[in-house]
Design a protein around this ligand. Structure first.
Ligand code: CP
Length: 327
């Protein structure tokens, strides 16, 4: 359905690059040099039944920067789902109030249930351990932007994904998007028990891509063009324990200096866990130009504006709608 973004499975390489051309047109708005009102009068329902900073706020800001307005609800306690209301009823009710919805929900497949109950555009803002398509799109947009700056092609690149690959929905979406390119090499580094699910390995290995799996981070990082670290999703664990997850899995300055080159890009969807004992991505890389995490978050705005423009059918109006800022 062209009015819904539920999974990256709906994209071809051509359609994803078309979306990115719209995102490029949004950059003057994201950089606050121009404004646009193409979504004036439209209202977005931002329904987040799980915690979020980036996805919720950047989707909201993206809609507002195109002239629309946003109604938010965060957590089950602030919606009538706390009283037992169904996904179907919630979605039908919201359809009468708003013109598009972004939904984050802890159950895999639940956002598709919301979408099935409505005709308004629905965006999956993360469904449990399923997918996080808009994050993967902004990650791919970031990788292409970084590679363009470095004079590199994505076809044939070596992508390392490290951390919790079992429950990390961002890597589930990203590996499928990257598999749209040619001759990729994926090295998947995870603690024992947190490996990438088999159905994704099977899907990503089509078209001759090479996939290697290891529990040895240092060995996995060798020759990486991109290192994509992920947070351990303890909140989704069902019986796993972290005994195998030691400091050996931390992406930090020492291991990046030892194993990667000057043009390696280090990414993470964020949030990274900065609490005592957490070890997904060290802050000691914060001033290293290879660390692209805040370029990723910045790209969330133009990419999410492009998603709305395409889903709401106004992408051809964007270029002529741009006006200078007056503030
Ligand atoms: N990357 C991401 O989804 O961040 P939030 O959980 O803050 O939205």
């Amino acid at each position: 359905n062209k009015h819904q973004l539920l999974s990256v499975d709906q994209f071809t390489r051509e359609s994803v690059e078309e979306l990115f051309r719209v995102a490029d047109q949004m950059q003057p708005i994201a950089r606050r040099q121009k404004v646009s009102r193409v979504l004036e009068g439209a209202v977005l329902g931002n329904l987040f039944f799980e915690a979020s900073t980036r996805t919720r706020v950047s989707f909201g800001a993206a809609f507002c920067r195109l002239g629309g307005s946003v109604c938010d609800t965060t957590g089950f306690t602030f919606s009538s789902m706390a009283k037992g209301e169904s996904i179907y009823d919630t979605s039908r009710v919201m359809s009468g109030y708003v013109d598009a919805m972004v939904i984050r929900h802890p159950e895999k497949g639940s956002v598709a249930e919301f979408a099935a109950a409505t005709n308004i555009p629905v965006v999956n803002g993360g469904d449990g351990a399923g997918e996080h398509p808009s994050q993967a799109l902004l990650d791919l947009y970031t990788i292409l932007t970084e590679f363009s700056r470095l004079g590199k092609l994505l076809d044939g690149a070596h992508i390392v994904m490290a951390g919790d690959l079992k429950y990390g929905r961002t890597v589930h979406s990203l590996i499928k998007l990257l598999a749209l390119y040619r001759g990729m090499k994926f090295t998947l580094v995870s603690p024992p028990g947190l490996e990438m699910p088999d159905y994704l390995l099977e899907q990503a290995s089509r078209n001759g891509h090479v996939i290697e799996q290891t529990h040895d981070l240092a060995a996995g990082l060798k020759g990486a063009d991109v290192v994509y670290a992920t947070r351990v999703q303890k909140e989704r664990f069902s019986g796993e324990n972290l005994e195998g997850y030691t400091a050996d899995f931390q992406v930090n300055r020492a291991i990046v200096d030892a194993c990667c080159g000057p043009d390696t890009i280090v990414m993470h969807p964020l949030p990274r866990d900065s609490r005592e004992g957490a070890n997904d991505l060290s802050t000691d890389l914060n001033h290293d130009p290879r660390l692209a995490i805040f370029r990723q978050t910045d790209n969330g705005i133009p990419v999410r504006m492009a998603i709305f423009a395409v889903l709401m059918g106004v992408e051809s109006l964007v270029q002529h709608s741009l006006r200078d800022v007056t503030w």
